[in-house]
Write a protein that binds this ligand. Structure first.
Ligand code: 2P0
Length: 327
């Protein structure tokens, strides 16, 4: 086969990855556990084309150049090495994300690219191997090969499923608090944190405990246990960034206002907990029957652009969907 298309969903870490055990191999220093989300999907087509002299890539209609193109080509190189071929390829990818979100798309993007690229180069690889290939490009992408609840161990090469989404149905209220891309990328942010923050070592040494709490919360369907540990994981990760020199600050006044609104909801009896990644948006985890109420509450916070309510998504898969067709 010379052309293949794949779809992968993004994921939000409930226990966070922040820091690398190996920069050269892109291995995580902390164990992470995520929920793959149906509402944030990337569709990617890879076509092997002997007439090309180098790889071409297009994301959401814009031609990639520079570092983003290099990252795509580096993954294609890894796939070519496995397949024993040297042909260049054309990549077309589309993020079916809420517009102007500034949400991380490298997770779903590199997961979809790993699967579509492998197939296009004639490789039939298990999800575990594709997860390893995706992890080398972006560690969070390792988790997006799998649906439901997914773990990537500290120092781990590939992610593994912890539980299906049906095991513990949850809703994520993705709350967009700003437009546009983030100021500092995750890779740069975590390496700067590791190099300069006195709170980095305590974060790394405490993270397995939080991971274990999150994991138990998921396996035992204990929402309170999961939520408490999830919030602490996010806040401890951000504390390590805040203590860097200079500080890495992703949280904005609107982020803090949404966090306060969630705490108020909780005090009034609605089960809801927040988490934030390398950006100003807030993701609120709740039980499906409370999702509409949580969304309405956070949408009333001044500065909030919009919310996307979504739940657990599936494994990455081959698809017939054309990334050139619109939303
Ligand atoms: C996570 N993040 O666990 C954490 C929480 C952001 C904050 O994984 O350097 O793009 O490419 O491996 O995967 C985002 O970092 O970083 C991330 P690299 P990646 O979801």
């Amino acid at each position: 086969m010379t052309r293949a298309r794949a779809v992968a969903c993004s994921n939000i870490a409930l226990a966070k990855y922040w820091g690398k055990a190996s920069v050269a191999e892109n291995l995580p220093a902390t164990p992470s556990l995520s929920l793959t989300l149906a509402g944030l999907r990337t569709i990617t087509e890879v076509e092997v084309d002997p007439s090309l002299s180098c790889d071409h890539a297009e994301l959401d209609g814009a031609v990639l150049t520079g570092r983003p193109l290099e990252r795509v080509a580096a993954m294609l190189d890894r796939l070519r090495a496995r397949a024993g071929v040297s042909t260049s390829a054309r990549v077309v990818s589309r993020n079916h994300f809420p517009t102007a979100a500034g949400l991380a798309s490298s997770a779903s993007g590199f997961a979809a690219l790993a699967l579509a690229g492998a197939r296009a180069f004639g490789l039939d690889l298990p999800l575990e191997t594709l997860s390893d290939i995706a992890r080398a490009s972006s560690a969070s992408a390792a988790r997006s090969l799998f649906g439901g609840f997914v773990a990537l161990p500290a120092g781990g090469r590939c992610a593994e499923r912890v539980a299906s989404g049906e095991h513990f149905p949850l809703s994520m209220v993705v709350t967009l608090t700003a437009k546009g891309a983030k100021a500092i990328g995750s890779t740069q942010g975590m390496q700067h944190t590791a190099a300069t923050s006195p709170y980095y070592a305590p974060w790394v040494s405490h993270s397995p405990k939080l991971f274990d709490e999150v994991r138990r919360g998921v396996l035992e369907r204990d929402f309170e246990r999961l939520g408490v540990a999830m919030e602490q994981s996010a806040l401890m990760m951000h504390a390590s960034m805040l203590a860097a020199s200079p500080a890495v600050i992703y949280l904005t006044p609107t982020t803090l206002a949404v966090m306060a609104a969630v705490r108020e909801l909780r005090a009034a009896g609605t089960p809801a907990f927040y988490t934030m990644d390398a950006g100003p948006h807030v993701k609120v985890l709740t039980l499906p029957e409370h999702a509409a109420r949580v969304a309405a509450c956070v949408e009333a916070v001044p500065g909030v652009e919009r919310t996307v309510v979504t739940g657990s998504g599936p494994d990455a898969a081959l698809t017939d969907e054309d990334p050139r067709s619109g939303e």
